[in-house]
Design a protein. Structure first.
Lengths: 416, 416
């Protein structure tokens, strides 16, 4: 057992930062609304920059708004070890998601400096420009761009629902550097760790341990359009019908059945969007649009669900004489977290006498993409009642303190 | 075999009336849009009033806008024999539906007068104020009000989607008589016949005969609201879900199955409205609203379908832990047409050497309600391709001529 450094995590400073950041919101309290590049986001970022400078870190900001706050190591040519998260918040959400990972990483670095620790690898706080899909309809903009999964051309092409471009927005936010310089090289970091409030109730109900994330699920999203034939609900007899809604209903049930058929609890499949036309009480629906989200922590079973679904859709639509069009909107690779970083997290928990359990991350975080270029893992802290993206979102100071302590000690070991 | 009167139906006058009326439209040709009480409707009614006066008929108009154009019989104290239809037209529909039955009845009366026929019962052209549900969301306003199925209080309470009341609209249309005087007494007419363009393709494909309607289907409309529990599409495992969409999908399929299980082609059931909330790709739907239309020409099998559905909904929602609320929006009684009037129609077809077939009316007409207070039947003329409520709606002059001839001879026999 390694003797931990004597670190003094200042939980009051963390809670004060959380409090201050919650005030940068487009909506009044208790809800927090902070869309990327909006005025509240710009002010929150300015606050964080000031805090980083006060902590003695060196700042770099890229054209997308990713902020890199560095504490140079004794061997600064080595790849840095980084931790961080995001500050943007979807409408009327809470004050913890993202924020805890940002101010927690800042406090971890401050406590390590105060304790006289000298890293060999540089240590870096990484603030992702954005995680929520709110503004441009695409989640983890920052992580995708940093690992090159989103090219500069694709970034230039993004627009919000009002038609305003990402370029226009980032200029408004004072970001002028070329997007061509955003992507990081493979191996840019020696490791990356993201501290986050669990997006679910498991830790809070299972004895309030910390969560060490071993795998991150990723989504394949399928859009299906069905074209049947409309007709008057009275004049068209049952056997003459080509009802698109009924084909869609069968498909939605087949989505559920396909996920259950894997017998893997990790495979989840959801029809979250389902709309029909013409949508009149006395007309047979002739058009359905549906969006299906299939997730798993492994690509193979997830993609088997997709393949099974395609066959089922073909069979249902053939039987019902309904035309269909399938479009795969995205299929992000799931991630198995880096075993060495996971091992370090587990050891630190043991050394600090903290209970922990292995977790799967089932929602999107920028870490899902960071894992493509560097060893990555996540730490979850309990979330009261599993309530997230809501003003009632809550993480207890004790749990935040534990999470930040684990993060700080882990950064020390990874960079030492 | 009765020798038919020698009638000269002026098909050119009919087609000219149809042409003139098509010009009274809120939208440019070829589509016709004539919402009840709108300016186009007011002008179309004025045109018809002038035509009725020129034909020598006596006019009465009630406060709702129903127009009664009478040719007094030799025994004017007897209940009149009436024919007619409506002039209102939903947005971008055609020029024939409703109009053919109005100008056809006018020409029938004119031809009978010209031929020197003297009715014993008075003959009457009845222009229904409205059939389409467009303005106030309720179909067959006129027929419902005339038979007392819609009370004056209910009429006063009707508003359009912009909040403008029926009373306001009818005042705009120059109608001031009290709605309390709209309802007709039981037995007010000795018979009522409505000539209409078939709302389907059967006559046009089956040899272009005329249709003699023997039964009119009516609708029971069920509104179902489902309340499940939302949750993140990634974080909520399959077996923890209370997905309202999946319950709704099962119900929509059960609606189809319940109609098919009757083994009656006349029973049709349709889920025409189906909407979900929140409708986001990564959220489990927690709310569904659906509207189900069940029709039959007999109330009993239709209501058995409803009862079977209620049990199925209970079972589906119980199994899926989804709350539900059922609301019966309406349940109009289906109609068996008056055998004596039907018999007269059949005889007239035979005497005129016209082929005819028995039909079921599956869409709503004011006749469905008139049947509650007097012997009622309908004549259908072929409709090209079954295209209705569309600018391409078309009935051939030859078929219109045949339909009007049958109507005229039938009115002569019923009133003679």
């Amino acid at each position: 057992m390694m003797q931990p450094i004597d670190l003094r995590i200042d939980i009051e400073a963390i809670m004060a930062d959380i409090e201050r950041l919650a005030a940068y919101s487009e909506t009044p309290p208790p809800g927090v609304t902070r869309l990327v590049y909006g005025e509240a986001d710009v002010r929150a970022r300015a606050y964080l920059r000031a805090r980083c400078l006060a902590t003695g870190l060196t700042l770099r900001e890229d054209g997308l708004g990713n902020l890199f706050a560095r504490w140079p190591g004794s061997e600064p040519e080595l790849p840095a070890v980084a931790a961080g998260s995001h500050l943007d918040a979807p409408p009327q959400s809470g004050r913890f998601a993202g924020v805890v990972g940002v101010v927690g990483a800042l406090e971890a670095l401050r406590a390590l400096r105060q304790a006289g620790f000298q890293p060999r690898h540089s240590l870096e706080l990484l603030l992702f420009a954005s995680e929520a899909p709110t503004r441009f309809g695409l989640g983890c903009l920052a992580g995708r761009a940093l690992v090159g999964a989103l090219t500069p051309e694709e970034l230039h092409a993004l627009h919000d629902s009002a038609g305003r471009s990402l370029d226009d927005w980032r200029t408004f936010a004072g970001l002028h550097d070329p997007l061509e310089q955003v992507a990081l090289a493979q191996g840019h970091y020696a490791a990356f760790v993201e501290l986050y409030i669990e997006q679910g109730p498991l830790l809070a109900t299972d004895g309030e341990a910390l969560g060490v994330v071993r795998a991150m699920a990723a989504t394949a999203t399928l859009h299906i359009q069905l074209n049947g034939v409309s007709g008057h609900a009275g004049a068209t007899l049952m056997l003459e019908r080509r009802d698109a809604l009924l084909a869609g209903a069968e498909i939605a049930l087949a989505v559920e059945a396909a996920a259950l058929a894997t017998s893997r609890p990790h495979t989840v499949a959801t029809t979250g969007m389902f709309s029909i036309e013409p949508g009149l009480a006395n007309m047979i629906p002739d058009r359905v649009q549906m969006v299906i989200d299939v997730r798993d922590i492994a690509a193979e079973p997830r993609d088997q669900v997709l393949q099974a679904l395609e066959l089922t859709v073909e069979s249902i639509c053939g039987r019902r004489h309904v035309d269909y069009r399938l479009r795969l909107l995205n299929a992000d690779p799931p991630v198995t977290c880096d075993p060495a970083v996971v091992e370090t997290l587990v050891r630190v928990c043991e050394d600090l006498g903290l209970s922990r359990q292995f977790m799967v991350s089932r929602t999107y975080h920028n870490s899902l993409f960071m894992a493509r270029i560097c060893p990555t893992a996540m730490i979850f802290i309990p979330c009261r009642g599993g309530v997230v993206q809501h003003p009632d979102e809550y993480a207890a100071p004790d749990h935040i303190l534990q999470g930040v302590a684990v993060l700080a000690h882990t950064l020390a070991r990874l960079s030492g």
